[in-house]
Design a protein. Structure first.
Ligand code: 26V
Length: 831
C-alpha cells in the first residue's frame, strides 16, 4: 500500500459506512473508549458506544461546516438565544439526518443488537418546559437543514425538567439527573471558557481623550464553560452548533478562608458559583422574580455575547460598524433580553465606542419574539435587585430609557400615560425593570408566533409601541420539524407516504399536497387506517406496561398532552368526560363509540390549582376505569412524565387532538400541528395557530367550537359573564360541578376539590369566577364531541378527513417558519 492509499484508509476509518467498519468502530468504542468488552457490556455501554460511532461520522462535517462559515466573508451568522432547548433524544435523530439508517441497522443486526432498543436507553435532554423550549429545538433542526450559519446559545442545566410521578393521584416531582452517566453528544470546550461578572460597582473615569467613561469594578467573577452539541442538518453535510454554558467557580477554594483554617467556608463560594447552571426553573409562564433566575439569564447571555464578539473580531477585527451586517441575535422571549445592555456595555466600556455608535449597532442587531400574552408571565425585575447584581447595566438602562422617552415626548407632548406605559421602568411601591419594553426598544424586529397572537400584540399588549413603530412588528407563525415529528416518530406513516409521493416531503413539507389525490382511494385509506391502528397498539402496549391499564385500540383515542395550565382548560375536557360518564350511568346502553381519553401534563411545582386538576383527572380515571358498567366504553389514562420521547409515541396514535384553550390565550400552540401532521382530527377553539390550521385543512375537516377571542373580550368587558347563573340554569353543568364538589371522586373527602368548584363559580384568591370561561364554552364543546362520535362510525369519511389534514398542513413545517425569519428578519442566506 502506498502512503496515499494508507492515508485514505486512515481517513475513512471513522467515517466509512461499510458494515464491517461500523461494527469494528462500535467494538473499538466499547473496548477503547469505555474499557468494556462485548460480553460484559451493559445496555448503557451499548447506547454510548453506538452514539460515539455516530458522533465520529458527524465531527468531520462539523469542522468543515465551521471552516466554511469562517472563510466566507459574506457569512452572516444567526444566534438564537434561548434559556430553554427541549431537545429530547438525539441518537435516532442524528442517524436519520445523516441518512445512514440502513447502514447502522445492518451493522447492529449483525451484532445482534436492536437499534430501537438502544435508542430507548438515551435520556431526554429535557432542558425546557414546553412550547417555547421545543420550538427552539425545532428551529435548530430547520436552520441546519436549510444550511443557515446558525448557533443556539443556552444553559447546560445539570437537572432538566423534573420527572413526574403520581402518588395516590397527586403529582410528585423527582430530580432529572440526566447527566449522571455522561452524555455522548456534548464536547466540553474549556479553551473557549469566559468570565462573567456580577455585583461590584460602576466607576467613572476620564479616558485619554478626556471623555467620561465607566468601568465595572470590584466584581465577583464566575467562569462560563461551553459544552457544544452538534446540530446535524438533514442530508446536506451541514453541522451547526448548540453551545450550552455551564457555571464553574474560578477558584476551587477561597484562599483567604483557607489560610485561616476555615476549610469548609473556603469551598462555599464554589458551590454558590456552580449553582447557576444547576437546575431549570420548572415554571411555565409564571414569573417569580427570583435572584437565581436573573443570574441564570445574565450568565448565559453575557457568555454568549462575549463569544459572538470574539468570533467577530477573529474575522473582522474591531470594525464594529460591520457587526450588524455579520450578526443577528434572536431573543427567544425576554429571558435573554439582558443581551441588549450587555452588548452596549462591552461596546462602550471595553471597545470604547461612543454612545451613538454603540446604540446604532445594538438596535440593528437584536430581534425579539414574544411567546405569551399571559400577564403573569411578563418578566419584571425589582430595580434594587437589579442594581445590586448588575449596577453598570442599570446605568445603561437609565440612559437608554431617558433618550427614548425624550423622543417619545416630542411625539406626544404632555401625554403622561403614554410615557408611563412605554418606559422601561415601572413606577410604584416597588420600582421594576420591564423586560418586554427593553426588548422592544432595543430590537429592530418584534414578532408574535401566530396571526391572531401578533394582532393581539399590535392592538392590545404592545399597542403604544406599535403606534410609534408599526414597521417593527411582524408575524412568524410557528412550525415543527417533520424530521422528528413524522419521519422519526411515525415510520409507518412515513413509509406509506414515501411509497406514494416519494421522499421530498422530508425537506419540503408542501409536497404532502400530493396526498390529496388519494383522499377517495379506498385501498390507500385502508392502509392509512392500518398505520394508525398499529400506532394505537404501540401506545396501548406502553400504557399496559407502565400503568397496567388495558385500553382498546379500537376505541377513539382522544388526546390532550401539553403543560397543565388553567387557560389550556384540561378541566373542560374532564367536565366532558364526567358528562359522558353520567350519561352512561343513567343508561348503560347509551350509544357511544368507545373512547379512551389520554392526558399527559406536568404542572409547575408551585401551581396549586394545576396540581389539583391533575389529582381530579386521576381520581375520575380511577372511578371510571374500575366501574364495569361503563369501562367497556370509557377509559381515562393520565400518562405520567409527559416529555418529548413520550410525545413521539402518543401523537402518532391519536385520533382526536384537544386544542381547547380560551380564545386569545394560547399564543400559537405547536402540539396542534404535530397531531394534524400525524392524522388526528382537531377539536379546538379559534385560538393561536388553530385558526391557521383551520384555514389550511378546510373547516369541514376540523371541529371548531366556542367563543372567539373577540367574543371573550367583549363578554369580559361587559361584566355580564355570570357562571353562577349558567350553573343554575344548565342542569347538565350543575350535575357535573356538583359531582366534582361532592365526595364522589375523592373517596369521601368532600373538601378535596372544592377549590375547583369555588373557582369556577365564585373565583378564589381574588380571581374572577371562571376566569377561563369553561362554562361559556361547555355546551358547544359537548356538541362538537357528539359530531366526532358520529363521524368516527363512518370509517371512510373519518379517514378521508384525517388524510386531508396530513396533506394540507405542509405550511406548519418549521422550515417554512425559518425561511420567513431568514428572509424578513435575519436577511441571511445559506452558505
Ligand atoms: C415564561 C416564564 C416566565 C418566568 C418564569 C419562567 C418562564 C418559563 C417559560 C416562559 C415562557 C412561557 C411562554 C411559552 O412557553 N409560550 C409558548 O410558546 C410556544 C412557542 O411559541 C407557543 O406555541 C405557545 O402557545 C406558548 O404558550
Amino acid at each position: 500500500m502506498d502512503s496515499m492509499q494508507s492515508n485514505n484508509l486512515i481517513n475513512n476509518l471513522r467515517t466509512s459506512l461499510d458494515t464491517n467498519v461500523i461494527k469494528q468502530n462500535y467494538l473499538d468504542h466499547l473496548n477503547l473508549s469505555l474499557g468494556k468488552d462485548f460480553k460484559n457490556s451493559t445496555p448503557w455501554d451499548k447506547f454510548y458506544s453506538l452514539s460515539l460511532v455516530i458522533r465520529d461520522r458527524i465531527i468531520k462535517k462539523w469542522h468543515e461546516t465551521q471552516q466554511k462559515y469562517y472563510k466566507n466573508d459574506k457569512t452572516k451568522r444567526v444566534h438564537y438565544l434561548s434559556i430553554e432547548f427541549l431537545i429530547g433524544r438525539l441518537l435516532y435523530n442524528n442517524i436519520l439526518n445523516l441518512q445512514i439508517e440502513d447502514e447502522i441497522k445492518n451493522a447492529m443486526n449483525e451484532l445482534n443488537i436492536s437499534l430501537e432498543e438502544l435508542a430507548e436507553i438515551e435520556p431526554d435532554a429535557g432542558l425546557g418546559n414546553g412550547g417555547l423550549g421545543r420550538l427552539a429545538a425545532c428551529f435548530l433542526d430547520s436552520i441546519a437543514t436549510l444550511g443557515i450559519p446558525g448557533y443556539g446559545y443556552g444553559l447546560r442545566y445539570e437537572y432538566g425538567i423534573f420527572k413526574q410521578i403520581f402518588e395516590d393521584g397527586f403529582q410528585k416531582e423527582l430530580p432529572d439527573d440526566w447527566l449522571k452517566n455522561g452524555y455522548p453528544w456534548e464536547i466540553e470546550r474549556k479553551d473557549r471558557a469566559v468570565k462573567v461578572k456580577f455585583y461590584g460597582r460602576s466607576e467613572p473615569y476620564k479616558d485619554n481623550n478626556g471623555h467620561l467613561r465607566f468601568r465595572w469594578v470590584d466584581t465577583y467573577d464566575i467562569l462560563a464553560v461551553p459544552y457544544d452539541i452538534p446540530i446535524v442538518g438533514y442530508g446536506n453535510n451541514v453541522v451547526n452548533t448548540l453551545r450550552l454554558w455551564s457555571s464553574k467557580s474560578i477558584n476551587d477554594f477561597d484562599f483567604d478562608n483557607f489560610q485561616k483554617g476555615n476549610y469548609i467556608k473556603a469551598s462555599e463560594s464554589k458551590i454558590i458559583s456552580e449553582s447557576i447552571s444547576k437546575v431549570l426553573y420548572p415554571n411555565d409562564a409564571f414569573y417569580a422574580g427570583r435572584e437565581l433566575r436573573i443570574k441564570q439569564e445574565y450568565f448565559f447571555v453575557s457568555a454568549s455575547i462575549q463569544d459572538i464578539i470574539r468570533r467577530f473580531k477573529a474575522q473582522f477585527g474591531t470594525n464594529f460598524k460591520l457587526f450588524p451586517e455579520k450578526n443577528v441575535i434572536q431573543l427567544n422571549d425576554t429571558h435573554p433580553a439582558l443581551a441588549i445592555p450587555e452588548l452596549m456595555r462591552i461596546l462602550l466600556d471595553e471597545e470604547l465606542l461612543s454612545w451613538e455608535e454603540a446604540w446604532e449597532i445594538t438596535k440593528k442587531t437584536f430581534a425579539y419574539t414574544n411567546h405569551t400574552v399571559m400577564p403573569e408571565a411578563l418578566e419584571k425585575w425589582e430595580v434594587h435587585l437589579f442594581e445590586k447584581l448588575l449596577p453598570r447595566h442599570l446605568e445603561i438602562l437609565y440612559e437608554i430609557n431617558s433618550r427614548f422617552l425624550n423622543n417619545v415626548s416630542k411625539f406626544y407632548p404632555n401625554d403622561i400615560n403614554k410615557i408611563r406605559n412605554l418606559s422601561i421602568f415601572e413606577e410604584g411601591s416597588v420600582k421594576q425593570v420591564r423586560m418586554a419594553n427593553l426588548s422592544i426598544i432595543g430590537s429592530f424586529s418584534v414578532n408574535g408566533v401566530s396571526k391572531l397572537h401578533t394582532e393581539i400584540l399590535k392592538n392590545k399588549v404592545f399597542k403604544d409601541f406599535y403606534d410609534i413603530w408599526p414597521e417593527k412588528f411582524n408575524n412568524k407563525t410557528n412550525g415543527i420539524t417533520q424530521r422528528r415529528w413524522l419521519l422519526q416518530c411515525n415510520p409507518e406513516l412515513s413509509n406509506l407516504i414515501t411509497k406514494h409521493i416519494g421522499n421530498k416531503w422530508i425537506i419540503d413539507l408542501d409536497e404532502l399536497k400530493k396526498l390529496e389525490k388519494y383522499a377517495d382511494d379506498k385501498e390507500f385509506l385502508n392502509n392509512f387506517h392500518n398505520v394508525k391502528q398499529k400506532n394505537k397498539i404501540r401506545l396501548s402496549n406502553y400504557i399496559y406496561k407502565t400503568l397496567n391499564i388495558k385500553v382498546d385500540p379500537e376505541s377513539i383515542f382522544d388526546v390532550q398532552v401539553k403543560r397543565l395550565h388553567e387557560y389550556k382548560r384540561q378541566l373542560l375536557n374532564a367536565m366532558h368526560i364526567i358528562y359522558l360518564y353520567l350519561k352512561l350511568k343513567d343508561d348503560p346502553n347509551y350509544d357511544i363509540v368507545p373512547r379512551t381519553f389520554i392526558f399527559g401534563a406536568k404542572a409547575a411545582p408551585g401551581y396549586k390549582m394545576a396540581k389539583l386538576i391533575i389529582k381530579l383527572i386521576n381520581s375520575i380515571a380511577e372511578v371510571i376505569n374500575n366501574d364495569t358498567t361503563v369501562n367497556k366504553k370509557l377509559k381515562v389514562v393520565f400518562i405520567p412524565n409527559y416529555n418529548v420521547s413520550l410525545a413521539e409515541i402518543i401523537i402518532p396514535a391519536a385520533n382526536v387532538s384537544e386544542q381547547i384553550s380560551t380564545a386569545g390565550k394560547e399564543a400559537s400552540g405547536t402540539g396542534n400541528m404535530k397531531f394534524a401532521l400525524n392524522g388526528a382530527l382537531t377539536i379546538g377553539t379559534l385560538d393561536g395557530a388553530n385558526i391557521e390550521i383551520k384555514e389550511c385543512v378546510g373547516e369541514e375537516n376540523i371541529f371548531i367550537f366556542g367563543l372567539t377571542a373577540e367574543q371573550v373580550q367583549r363578554l369580559k368587558e361587559s361584566r355580564l359573564y355570570n357562571p353562577y347563573e349558567i350553573y343554575l340554569k344548565n342542569e347538565t353543568i350543575r350535575k357535573i360541578l356538583d359531582l366534582i364538589n361532592s365526595d364522589y371522586f375523592s373517596k369521601g373527602n368532600s373538601e378535596l376539590f372544592s377549590d375547583i368548584f369555588q373557582s369556577l363559580l365564585f373565583g378564589i384568591n381574588g380571581g374572577y369566577p371562571d376566569e377561563y370561561m369553561l362554562l361559556a364554552d361547555f355546551d358547544s364543546y359537548k356538541t362538537k364531541h357528539k359530531e366526532i362520535d358520529k363521524l368516527y362510525r363512518q370509517t371512510f369519511k373519518w379517514n378521508k378527513k384525517a388524510l386531508l389534514n396530513v396533506a394540507r398542513v405542509g405550511m406548519f413545517s418549521s422550515d417554512r417558519t425559518i425561511k420567513e425569519y431568514a428572509e424578513d428578519i435575519w436577511k441571511v442566506e445559506k452558505i
